[in-house]
Write a protein that binds this ligand. Structure first.
Ligand code: CP
Ligand code: NVA
Length: 312
């Protein structure tokens, strides 16, 4: 069993993982030897703070070992992907992979003979969504019926929230005047919409401010993420597109003025870009559950590792 996207995971798989995450947070001592010396390899093409630390520290806290590979310092960069994945599979029990391109990750998983966890590609970020479900369960005591509004650029994080939400009954409304081309997944969006768990708010025909006020008033959680994915942030070839997006997206920034009449929780997967998708003051606002969310990446990564390693 892999975790490339949440679509093949059942509701039970997801709910069990959330429950295990919460138990691991409450009683970490019970899980100290849970994976008995198993080895995790992290294979990363992109930068990371949370996902990398959650994987490395998580497996250590479960009694296993972590090996971090920066793609650029390996022969993955010059060799056949299938050959290298087969080799790595013979050395370790599970692989956490952060790849640029979803298709390349799928090819890697096909060649691997051990479980692959998607540590964020251009299309999905499933470990983030599982951690987010844990945080929502922790704060609201339930998942089903929660109304979450994602405001920003429709991206990998947004897709995985939709995929997770439709399994557990969270209603996700997306307010996104831009969609990352790599994140387009009509099959997922149609399936979630049919279950009544996904809709978009058309801001072309309405006043943006009024439309945002209306949807935030109905939401338990307001969630945002970067308008530009990490690999493009300093890419000179993306500079013009970055400037275009920043200008277009400013009316959608989460800030104190926008949220002043609302008591919703505020979520962001981090890293945050203060002054862009979120004003800095909101990160530390009393409604913000952002730092619980980031801490929970560790607990939920441990639950994901335990689940997948139990099947090896
Ligand atoms: N939220 C998240 O995945 O953070 P990192 O990119 O730092 O891993
Ligand atoms: N969507 C952003 C943040 C993921 C943690 C990205 O891919 O860079």
């Amino acid at each position: 069993m892999h975790l490339i996207t949440l679509s093949p995971w059942s509701k039970t798989d997801i709910l069990e993982t959330v429950e295990d995450s919460l138990n691991m947070k409450r009683h970490p001592e019970k899980y100290r030897h849970a994976v008995g010396g198993k080895n995790l390899c992290l294979l990363f093409q992109k930068t990371s703070t949370r996902t990398r630390c959650a994987g490395e520290i998580g497996i250590t806290q479960l009694g296993g070992h972590a090996h971090y590979l920066d793609w650029r310092t390996t022969n993955f960069a010059l060799a056949d992907l299938g050959d290298e994945m087969r080799v790595l599979s013979a050395y370790v029990d599970i692989i956490l992979a952060r790849f640029l391109k979803h298709d390349e990750l799928v090819a890697a998983a096909t060649a691997a003979t051990v479980p692959i966890i998607n540590g964020c590609c251009d299309k999905y970020h499933p470990t983030q969504a599982l951690g987010d479900l844990m945080t929502i369960q922790e704060h609201f005591g339930k998942l089903e019926g929660i109304k979450l509004c994602f405001i920003g650029v429709h991206n990998n994080v947004c897709n995985s929230l939709i995929a997770a939400g439709m399994k557990v009954g969270i209603e996700v409304t997306v307010v996104a005047p831009e969609v990352n081309p790599a994140a387009v997944d009509k099959e997922l969006w149609d399936a979630a919409a049919q279950k009544g768990c996904y809709k978009t708010l058309d801001t072309d025909t309405a006043d943006v401010g009024d439309a945002l006020q209306e949807i935030i008033a109905e939401s338990d959680v307001v969630y945002t993420d970067t308008w530009v994915d990490m690999e493009f942030f300093t890419d000179p070839a993306f500079a013009e597109e970055r400037e275009r997006r920043l200008k277009k997206m400013i009316p959608y920034q989460l800030n104190s003025e926008l949220l002043k009449r609302h008591d919703c929780k505020i979520m962001h997967c981090l890293p945050a870009h203060h002054g862009y998708e979120i004003a800095g003051e909101l990160v530390n606002d009393e409604r913000s559950i952002i730092f619980d969310q980031s801490e929970n990446r560790l607990h939920s990564m441990k639950a994901i590792l335990l689940k997948l390693l139990a099947q090896v």
